[in-house]
Design a protein around this ligand. Structure first.
Ligand SMILES: NC(=O)c1ccc[n+]([C@@H]2O[C@H](COP(=O)([O-])OP(=O)(O)OC[C@H]3O[C@@H](n4cnc5c(N)ncnc54)[C@H](OP(=O)(O)O)[C@@H]3O)[C@@H](O)[C@H]2O)c1
Length: 324
């Protein structure tokens, strides 16, 4: 089968289109013909190993899993002898940041893995980007207990994480102020934001408003700058480590001190989360934002674009044709 393989950490060019053996599902696994996948910041992080800590999970000297692609949507081609939950012909989507494998024509997943059947009427292209940004968003939203009436500011509201966070926070009943650039004001409004700040005209850290939670979904601010905008026991969260890795460090200290604090939850995902996102999609309360689409053959260009840090939502990679 065709797959994009990387045998060393490095720039986008280390990802090479190759021929590799088609995987065989074990008794409790399903074989999925991948129709669509994505290139996202998680794939970039594992490909570049820019943060050394990645190597503790991915392989110290070289990557152990050599096919990236943590998101996928496709058709189950066959199932192992002990699989009861799925059958050949089921359309599924999911997330796998343990063994990855979506940047290939075929992928195996355990039947109890983090996947679900694709919501009725949704194409593979639309389903592939449901999970990556949304599971990070969900993780932060839960850590901060964002719910009905929470006043939350989301910086980077058009990224994969930010655009998911706006929609999920609105679903939970929060009052959302979103930050984006001028071209994306309409998009962010369509995601449900109550107030929108155009960062090319106004520095959100100078606002007089107070928030229960500030979630910097692109990691461009700091706790120090955002602190004056937080209510007494307000919470700051960021997707980046911050200057000199201060965010995880402050997340250990500030909760003990009792005032305004940083939270830096370790992202996890479960089948329950995937089903929760599926339900939101079915209710029309969550729709992943899609920016560009590339064929598998142009994955290096896709990586380069994603690494500009300026994609809007998600970048989809089309693999097999049919209902894309
Ligand atoms: N290392 C990892 O494994 C990993 C994994 C996932 C995520 N992350 C981190 O999480 C963050 C978000 O990821 P993502 O995929 O959601 O990001 P993304 O989709 O790449 O974010 C792009 C968006 O960021 C916005 N943006 C850029 N500069 C901005 C600024 N100065 N102020 C406000 N918005 C700005 C842009 O919005 P406008 O077009 O409106 O300007 C653009 O739409 C990134 O920092 C990423 O590194 C890391």
């Amino acid at each position: 089968m065709k797959a994009v393989v990387y045998t060393q950490y490095g720039p986008p060019e280390v990802a090479k289109l190759s021929e590799v053996p088609k995987p065989m599902p074990k008794d409790n696994e399903v074989l999925i013909k991948v129709h669509a996948t994505t290139v996202n910041r998680t794939d970039c992080g594992f490909r570049s190993a820019e943060y050394f800590i990645v190597r503790f999970f991915a392989g110290l000297l070289r990557p152990k899993q050599q096919i990236l692609g943590c998101e996928f949507a496709g058709l189950i081609e066959s199932v192992g002898s002990k699989v009861t939950e799925y059958k050949a012909g089921d359309r599924v989507f999911g997330y796998n940041d343990q063994t990855f494998g979506g940047h290939a024509e075929y992928l195996v997943m355990p039947q109890n893995g983090t996947m679900a059947t694709i919501p009725e009427g949704m194409s593979f292209t639309e389903a592939a980007p449901i999970t990556e940004g949304a599971h990070y968003a969900l993780c932060n939203i839960r850590a901060a207990k964002i719910g009905k009436g929470t006043k939350v500011l989301i910086n980077g509201a058009t990224g994969a994480i930010g655009s998911s966070a706006v929609q999920i926070a609105k679903h939970l009943g929060a009052e959302v102020t979103a930050v984006c650039r001028t071209q994306n004001l309409e998009l962010v409004k369509s995601l449900g934001a109550d107030e929108i700040i155009d960062y090319t005209r106004q520095d959100f850290t100078k606002l007089n408003t107070r928030f229960d939670v500030i979630f910097d979904a692109v990691g461009k601010s700091s706790f120090g700058k955002c602190k004056p905008l937080l209510v007494e026991k307000g919470i700051y969260m960021s997707t980046e480590l911050g200057y000199m890795s201060q965010n995880p460090f402050l997340a250990l200290i500030t909760p003990i001190l009792g005032g305004k604090k940083i939270l830096f939850p370790i992202p996890t995902t479960s089948k329950k989360d995937i089903l929760f996102l599926k339900e939101l999609v079915e209710k029309g309360e969550f729709k992943p934002v899609i920016d560009r689409k590339y064929p598998l053959e142009q994955i290096v260009e896709a990586y380069r674009y994603v690494e500009t840090g300026m994609k809007t939502g998600n970048v989809v990679i089309l693999i097999a044709s049919g209902n894309n």
